[in-house]
Ligand binder design. Structure first.
Ligand code: DQA
Length: 144
């Protein structure tokens, strides 16, 4: 099976973006970690990052045909996008939401995510290891 790993706006800048908040690992490091974790659990990954909400929507729609589940860090769109929430609800695939930082320890506007209520699990504040945990949890959900 394929796990779709979706990263949203500004996550292409990881490594140089606010390192005190997000660390120094790059998106390439994250995607390698996801691929490695997926392989160890008998899955493969399709990794996509986009700064465009519509591209993320299209990827979620396409996953209905091609993926077993979704790991998503929608970045700031998590806090704004009813459309991404509706897309995840529409395809109904197992979904794990990830945030690198502990959004609950940050500004109030980061405390609510539209995606959490349509996700099977939410991992926040574990740094990039959150992606490993997310892929492992998604593999567990899909297997049962
Ligand atoms: C983030 C948290 C969001 O609030 C922020 O807008 C991001 C990254 C995280 O991974 O910690 O872009 O999703």
């Amino acid at each position: 099976g394929v796990i779709l790993v979706l990263n949203g706006p500004n996550l292409n800048l990881l490594g140089s973006r606010e390192p005190a908040v997000y660390g120094t690992s790059t998106l390439t490091d994250i995607e390698a970690l996801c691929a490695e974790t997926a392989t160890a659990n008998g899955f493969t990954v399709r990794c996509v990052q986009s700064n465009h909400e519509g591209v993320l929507l299209d990827e979620i729609h396409a996953a209905r045909e091609s993926a077993s589940g979704i790991v998503i860090n929608a970045g700031a769109y998590s806090h704004t996008s009813v459309a991404l929430r509706d897309a995840l609800a529409s395809v109904g695939l197992p979904t794990v939401e990830v945030h690198i930082s502990n959004v609950h320890a940050r500004e109030d506007f980061r405390h609510f995510s539209y995606l959490s209520a349509v996700s099977d699990a939410v991992i926040v504040g574990a740094g990039i290891n959150g992606y490993r945990l997310a892929v492992e949890q998604l593999a567990t959900i899909v297997r049962r």
